[in-house]
Write a protein that binds this ligand. Sequence first.
Ligand code: ADP
Length: 293
Amino acid sequence: MPEATKGRQYRREAAGPATATLLEARGVAKSFPHSNGTVTPAIGDINLSLDKGEFVAIVGPSGCGKTTLLRCLCGLLKPDSGTLSYDGQPVNGVPDDVAVVFQEYNRSLFPWLSVRRNVEFGLHGLSKAERRARAEEALTRVHLADVLEHYPWQLSGGMQQRVAIARAIATHPALLLMDEPFASVDAQTRIRLETMTASISAELGLATLLITHDIDEAVFLADRVIVLSPRPSRVLAEIVIDIPHPRSELEVKALPRFQEYRRLIHDLIVAKEPESADAATPASAETEPERSA
Ligand code: ADP
């Protein structure tokens, strides 16, 4: 069996048949009007989809509209045009089985609640015993079972982000959206969090959409990388990462194929970068997105 096929099979075993579309965006655009009459076009015309159990990373230059796109995809922000569907239904607000992890873990945790109670907090409609069991199970998955009664301020940044991840997975989501979740931690912690996220996502069969500006992180984690243009962003390319799971960081990053993927994505982003640091001029939209395997 070729290596790449083995990788896909691993994910299918973990997630069940990963063929059905879970999330779909068609022609989604969003601009922000300002009080002085000017308008910032953030996302231009986004078409993308995510299958059940699939891990997709979205990369693009800083300020290209990645966060805006994520907020639209999960129903936190209404797009100006286009259609969004989740599990075959139009998106109007955040669907019940979608969980989001943001970069600012220190702002998303309640400092006056213990680690365990922070995780229990998001579990509405369940009995106390069930909330407790789910929180403990999720915290065990992120290797925090020994600090259940600690408070967030007693933990390192990486541990706090693990609490935020536990809070998300304790809701038993079908889709996990992550917005630059590891951007505020040191390099070693980041690698551990990336590896842990990959395992959890595969074990639970979660569809995962990761927003990142880090090309290595995207290639290491994702089944598919979607590359965005400068704003107003559109999809420049979708690249299938043909590297089997489970992936070991050291081994994967040493593969010539890994280097080829990161070079390809880097070149796509740099080639479209405007000369000015602030992407004031919209990128031209003359080409169709590339799809590469
Ligand atoms: P990224 O996540 O890729 O860095 P963002 O989605 O945060 O990009 O922002 C894209 C553009 O939209 C930026 O120019 C940003 O200043 C602008 N923007 C984002 N949110 C708002 C908002 N609420 N009001 C006005 N402008 C916004």
